[in-house]
Design a binder for this molecule. Structure first.
Ligand code: MLT
Length: 202
């Protein structure tokens, strides 16, 4: 998969894996990594799927309607890529924290929904519920930050609460940070994520 890897300044700091939003690239979230954990190694990945030329991490049938078969396939592909990258770059596979926005938050959420120990923790900016009706692996002790917009037309407040309930039900420690805005990623949300990271994962 197309990606960037940057060595970290502190080997025991979690490696950050970055997943951009629809139409983004592996460069988009690099400033967030710098704000959230400047000492971390960073693996930033570009989605392998194109929608009208826009990179994504899995296909969708319509706005908010995921192609479940492709989601499952791409989630496995990403899980295997993380294992392979850990071997290649020599980072600790058990100390990986995802930061994702929108479609990127959804692939990170899907990793948590499908694989035990996929991530040590996650910062999900404006995620949706990736799948319904499946048993989520045990997420005991997994800290998860969700950034949400009260007026987000893509991820409704109700869906955010549903995601929080599903992740908490699997044992994760979930913090939801609400902004008054819509789907956009605001600097106050990133600052809240950074403060949360320092408290739970640094
Ligand atoms: C998705 O397709 O993952 C969500 O609708 C978010 C988006 O990328 O617009």
């Amino acid at each position: 998969m197309k990606h960037i890897f940057k060595e970290g300044g502190r080997p025991d700091a979690p490696t950050l894996v970055l997943f951009h939003g629809t139409g983004g690239t592996e460069h988009d979230l690099l400033p967030l990594a710098e704000m959230i954990s400047p000492d971390s190694a960073v693996l930033s990945v570009r989605g392998n799927v194109l929608e009208n030329g826009m990179p994504r991490f899995f296909r969708r049938l319509a706005e908010g309607v995921f192609d479940e078969e492709d989601l499952i396939f791409r989630t496995k592909e990403m899980f295997e890529f993380l294992d392979q990258a850990a071997g290649e770059y020599g980072f600790d596979r058990s100390n990986v924290v995802a930061i994702g926005y929108s479609n990127g938050a959804n692939i990170a959420g899907s990793l948590l929904f499908h694989y035990k120990n996929a991530l040590k923790g996650a910062i999900l900016h404006h995620p949706m519920v990736p799948r319904r009706g499946i048993v989520i692996p045990d997420l005991s002790g997994t800290p998860i930050f969700i950034g949400a917009g009260e007026n987000d037309p893509i991820c409704s407040a109700r869906e955010t609460e549903e995601l929080q309930e599903l992740l908490s039900g699997a044992g994760a420690s979930v913090k939801v940070h609400w902004e008054r805005y819509g789907h956009q990623l605001t600097s106050t949300e990133v600052q809240a994520a950074a403060a949360w990271f320092r408290e739970h994962l640094a």
